[in-house]
Design a protein around this ligand. Structure first.
Ligand code: CDP
Length: 223
């Protein structure tokens, strides 16, 4: 079977990872969560006590950071399982600074492209369709209103036992949207050939079905 690459980009908490995981399972693709890699790098900077707004100090850590994405959504940073730690609010509040540093992006993009070399993949992030995998077979741009996204993330955090208030989540989502879409290198924006899905009023199953229909149609057109 031909190798397939699906890119899902969009703003914070639009539900990309939730649907990407399900689509990956149903289609037999490997799911790659690129946001988890920026989060792991951020976690490491915080652990080292480095100011995440100090680009030079953060980039100086590149040679000592090793990030691995394992099956079952396990994220390893320098041998430590950080899967839960990277979802905490201190990481969320700093990750967009880290993700705006070109040298860190270049280092992580090398790993992301390598992961897509041999398997069929569904990769989610901010710049997958525009920069990481510009030749992806299918490109989705998944959006939802700020309020919908903040409610989803708030409920997700509460269910995982992550302490937060709705107000701080809405602020975080807005702040990350701004930084992600205004950075100079590989900012968040839809690829010209992406298909936009506004999920504000859609259930998870409806989004999954819509994405699988788009994938099947695109692949049928190519064959
Ligand atoms: O799940 P959520 O939407 O909160 O974000 P994420 O996918 O875990 O990504 C965390 C952060 O990493 C984003 O807010 C971006 O700042 C950054 N990111 C990025 O710049 N490029 C990517 N390909 C993926 C994430």
């Amino acid at each position: 079977m031909k190798k397939v690459a699906v890119a899902i980009d969009g703003p914070a908490a639009a539900g990309k990872s939730t649907v990407a995981k399900i689509v990956a399972e149903r289609k037999g693709y490997t799911y790659i969560d690129t946001g988890a890699m920026y989060r792991a790098f951020t976690w490491y900077c915080l652990k080292k006590g480095v100011d995440c707004q100090d680009e030079k100090a953060c980039c100086a850590l590149i040679p000592e950071v090793q990030i691995e994405l394992k099956p079952n959504h396990i994220v390893i940073c320098n041998g430590e399982d950080v899967s839960s730690a990277i979802r905490q609010t201190n990481v969320s509040g700093n990750v967009s600074y880290i993700a705006s540093y070109k040298d860190i992006r270049l280092a992580l993009v090398v790993l992301q492209r390598k992961m897509a070399e041999h398997d069929s993949v569904i990769m989610d992030g901010r710049d997958i369709g525009t920069y990481v995998l510009p030749n992806a077979d299918v490109k989705i741009f998944q959006i939802a209103s700020v309020q919908t996204r903040a409610i989803r993330r708030y409920e997700e955090n509460i269910s995982k036992g992550i302490a937060c208030t709705y107000e701080e989540i809405e602020e975080d989502v807005k702040k990350r949207d701004y930084i992600d879409s205004h950075r100079s290198f590989a900012p968040l924006k839809p690829a010209e050939d992406s298909i936009e899905i506004d999920t504000s009023n859609m259930s998870i199953e409806e989004v999954v079905t819509a994405i699988i229909e788009i994938i099947d149609k695109k692949l049928a057109e190519k064959n």
